[in-house]
Design a protein. Structure first.
Lengths: 457, 457
C-alpha cells in the first residue's frame, strides 16, 4: 500500500511538474509575443491621443466605445458586443477661475477645476473669506462660528511616508468626496480641496465627489498643490484673505452609453467566464492614458495574444471595457445586473486600473482557498518579477460582480510611485506611459488568464 | 545542560528579535526622513540642470566636482576631500553628420553621434557604400570581399523578450565596444552602430568603444533607432546605397580631475569602511540625470540622513562620487589603488548606477556566507517592496576594489524598463527622474548601510 501511494504520489508529482513545465513555456511565449508584437501601445495612442479625454456622456466617450469595438474585432475576438448602460452627463464648463484676493484687493490666479459632480457657482462667481483646515476634526472644532459664510479650503497633503501611494490617496480622498457636505454642515458656501497628488505642480487634479441629500450643495473645486501651498502661505500672513471661485459646470440629462465586450469562447467549460477589464471613460481634464486607457488596451491585448498564439482556452476569456467608472460606476453595475439576469458564471474577474506602470503583483480579493490556489502559481511568475500577492483589492468596475455573485476578484498591482502625479489631471497623457511597462502588465494578466482558463478557480 | 542551552538559545532569540524590532523602527525612520525631507532631488537638479552633461576632462566635470564637494559638506559629512585622478579628455566636436545617399545622389540626414573614443573622419567626411550586418558571425561570413572599403552598419536590436533590459544591453553592447576593430579586420573604413536602446526614437545613444592596438582605428558612430530602421529599409530596396559620415571628435591630453569623498566616522570600528557610490561624470550628449547623477545624489543623501537622524554608525560610512566611469574608469581604479596603499579595509561597497527608478532589490557580488547574512535581513526590507537578491552585479566603479581586495559588492537593483530609453542620449534629463523613486533608492541603500554599520559583513 505504501509503495502504491508512493507510486501514485510520484506519478502525480511528475504530472504536476510537467504541467508546470508546459505552463512555464506557454507563459514565456505569451510574454515574448506581447513584448515583441503587442498592440496595446498603438491602441492606447488611438484612445488617448486621437480621441483624448472621454467623460461619460461626451462625444469622446462614444467615439471610444466605437473604437474599443473595432480594436476587439481587430484583436480577433470570437464575438464582440455592446452592452447598453445609462450614464450621468456632467460637463465641466469652460469658465473656471480661482483667485487669491489679498487685503488690498489684489487678485492672484491659481489653477482650479471643478470636482466631478459639483454644482456651479453663481455666474459672477463667489468671493468670500477662506478658512484652511487640514482634516474633518479641525473643521468640527472650528464649527459654525468660524465657517459660516466662508469658503473651506481642505489642505490635506498626501502622506509621503507611505510606500504605496494608493494608501496616501485612500486616506486623502475623503476630503474630496465628502468635504463639500461636511463643510455645508457648518454653513460654508463653497470648498476648495488640495489636489490628490504626490506632485508639486500647477495642475488641479479633479475627481468625483458626492453630496449628502439633506445638506446644501456647495460648489467645490480642486486646487493645484502649488496653488494650495501659496494659499496656505498667504493665509498665514493674512487670515482675512479672500478667495474668488467661479465654476460653470452643469448636470445634463443621462445619456445611453455602452460597455464594450469581446470574448473568446472556452472549449471545455464555455459557461465559466474569466473576465479581464478596465474602464473606457476618463476625466476630460487629461487624456485618460494611465487612468484607465492602459487597463482597457491591456484587456484587449489579452484577446489578441490568445488568438495570435492559437491558444484555445478551456474556459471563456472575456475582455470588458467598462463605461462610467469615474463618476457613477453605472457600467460596472449594469454588467453585474445583466450577468445575474443571464445566470452567467464568472469564476473570476481581473481588473487593471492602477496605471500602465511596471507590474509586480496581483491583489487577491477572494476566499483563502482560492488565494492559495493562485499563490501556488507564484513560481511561474517570478521570472517576470511578479512576486507580490499581499494587496486585497480587485477593481471598482468588477466590484459589483463580487457584491452580487461573490465573484473572486484580482487586481493587477503595478508600481505606484508616479501614478498620482498624473491622476485626473491634464498631465495624464500618452507620453507618460512606457510601452514595455504597459506590455508587461498585459503579459502578466494574460498569463494569469491562461492559467485560470486551464485550471479554473 | 540541555536547559542551559535552551535558556541561552531563548535569550539569544529574544535579543535577535529585539534587535530586529529596533532595526525595523530605524529603517522606518530612515525611509520617512528621506521621503519627506530628502535632498537628493534638489541636488540632482543642480547636477543635471544647472551643470548638465559632464564628460571627464570637461569644465562641467570640474564644476560637478566642486558641486559634489559642497553638497557633501551640506549633507553634514565629518570630512570631505578630493582624491586626484588623471582622466582622459576626449571631445565630441560640433560638426557631426550622417546621411543616407541613394542611387540618384539624394542625401537624407539621419541622427548620428560619435562613439566615445572614436577618431575623427577626414574633414570632408567619408562617403562609401554601407553593408548591414546583424552580428559578428554575419560580418565574418561576408569577409574581406564584401567589407573592404565600406562602412559597416551594425544593426543589432535589443532583444525585447528579455525582462531585465540590462540583459539586452549586455548582449548588444559588444557591437558598440568591439565593432570598429572587428570591422577593421576585414578592411572596413568606418562603422555605424544601432543605438543601444529599447526606444524607437531619433536620439543617437553614444557610449564607450575600444580599439584593438594592432588594427586600424576606424571612425565610429551611433545611429538613432529610427535612423537605423530607415537605413535598413533603404538598403533592402537598394543594396548599393552609400552613407556619408563626418565626425570631428578629438582626443586631447589627459586632465587632472578628482573623485569626491565624504565620510561619517564609525564610533566602534572606524577602520571598517562601508562605501556607497555612484559616478559623477556623464556623457555630454544628455544631462546625466539617470546615468549617474541619480547614484551620486543618493550616496550623498545617505550621509545626510545619518546626520539628520543623529545615527552614529559603529563603522565608517563613506560616500564616493567617482570620476570617469564612462570612458576609462580611472576614478574607480585610482580609488582602489589608494585604498590598497593606505591599507584601508572596505568591508563592503555599494553602488547605484542603474538609474533613479523604483528599487526592488540588491545585487550581491560576494561569497555565499556573506550573501546569506545580507539575505537574513530581507524581512526588514519587504515592507518597502525590496525583495530581489538574485542579481550578482555590484557596479563598475567599485569593481576595482573587488579585484584588488576582494571587497564584497552590492548593486542597487531598480526597475529597468525605461532606463535605456534615455541611456547615453540627449533624453537623459532631470524631468525623466521621479522624486519619490529617487528617494526610495536612497532610502533602500541608507537602510542597508545602517544594518552593515551595525553588524558588519
Amino acid at each position: 500500500m505504501k509503495k502504491l501511494i508512493l507510486l501514485f504520489l510520484s506519478a502525480y508529482m511528475v504530472s504536476v511538474a510537467s504541467a508546470q513545465n508546459s505552463d512555464s513555456a506557454m507563459i514565456r511565449k505569451i510574454y515574448s509575443e506581447i513584448l515583441v508584437n503587442g498592440k496595446a501601445y498603438t491602441w492606447l495612442r488611438g484612445l488617448s491621443v486621437d480621441i483624448g479625454g472621454r467623460l461619460s456622456g461626451s462625444q469622446e466617450a462614444e467615439k471610444a466605445v466605437q473604437y474599443a469595438e473595432r480594436c476587439m474585432k481587430q484583436a480577433g475576438a470570437d464575438s464582440v458586443w455592446l452592452q447598453e448602460t445609462w450614464v450621468p452627463h456632467w460637463v465641466r464648463g469652460m469658465k473656471e477661475s480661482g483667485k487669491i484676493i489679498d487685503a488690498k484687493k489684489n487678485a492672484q490666479d491659481v489653477p482650479v477645476t471643478a470636482l466631478g459632480g459639483s454644482v456651479a457657482t453663481p455666474e459672477q462667481g463667489i468671493t468670500a473669506p477662506v478658512v484652511e483646515v487640514h482634516d474633518f476634526d479641525e473643521l468640527k472644532r472650528m464649527g459654525r462660528e468660524k465657517i459660516e459664510g466662508k469658503i473651506v479650503f481642505y489642505n490635506h497633503p498626501f502622506d509621503e511616508t507611505m510606500i504605496n501611494t494608493f494608501e496616501a490617496y485612500g486616506e486623502a480622498a475623503e476630503y474630496r468626496w465628502s468635504g463639500p457636505s461636511e463643510a455645508a454642515k457648518y454653513g460654508a458656501i463653497a470648498t476648495i480641496c488640495r489636489s490628490m497628488t504626490n506632485a508639486t505642480d500647477d495642475f488641479p487634479h479633479t475627481g468625483a465627489m458626492g453630496y449628502a441629500d439633506s445638506l446644501p450643495k456647495l460648489p467645490c473645486a480642486a486646487i493645484s498643490t502649488n496653488g494650495a501651498d501659496l494659499l496656505s502661505r498667504v493665509l498665514r500672513s493674512n487670515p482675512s484673505t479672500q478667495f474668488f471661485l467661479k465654476l460653470n459646470c452643469e448636470k445634463l440629462d443621462s445619456v445611453l452609453s455602452h460597455n464594450v465586450i469581446g470574448e473568446i469562447r472556452g472549449t471545455e467549460h464555455p459557461e465559466e467566464i474569466i473576465l479581464i477589464g478596465g474602464h473606457l471613460d476618463s476625466w476630460e481634464t487629461g487624456k485618460g492614458a494611465h487612468d484607465d486607457g492602459a487597463g482597457v488596451v491591456q484587456a484587449m491585448e489579452i484577446l489578441r495574444v490568445f488568438k495570435a498564439l492559437g491558444i484555445r482556452p478551456k474556459r471563456t476569456i472575456r475582455a470588458v471595457a467598462f463605461m462610467n467608472e469615474e463618476n457613477g460606476l453605472k457600467g460596472g453595475k449594469k454588467y453585474a445586473e445583466v450577468a445575474a439576469l443571464n445566470k452567467e458564471k464568472h469564476i473570476v474577474a481581473i481588473e487593471s486600473d492602477a496605471g500602465g506602470s511596471t507590474p509586480y503583483g496581483f491583489g487577491l480579493d477572494m476566499k483563502a482557498d482560492k488565494k492559495a490556489k493562485i499563490k501556488s502559481w507564484a513560481p511561474l511568475f517570478l521570472p517576470y518579477l511578479i512576486w507580490n500577492y499581499d494587496e486585497e483589492h480587485g477593481g471598482s468596475d468588477i466590484g459589483p460582480l463580487k457584491r452580487s455573485q461573490e465573484t473572486p476578484l484580482i487586481g493587477l498591482v503595478v508600481d505606484s510611485q508616479r501614478y498620482f502625479d498624473y491622476h485626473h489631471a491634464a498631465s495624464d497623457t500618452f507620453d507618460k506611459v512606457n510601452k514595455r511597462e504597459l506590455n508587461l502588465g498585459a503579459a502578466a494578466m494574460a498569463s494569469m488568464a491562461y492559467l485560470l482558463s486551464m485550471y479554473g478557480l
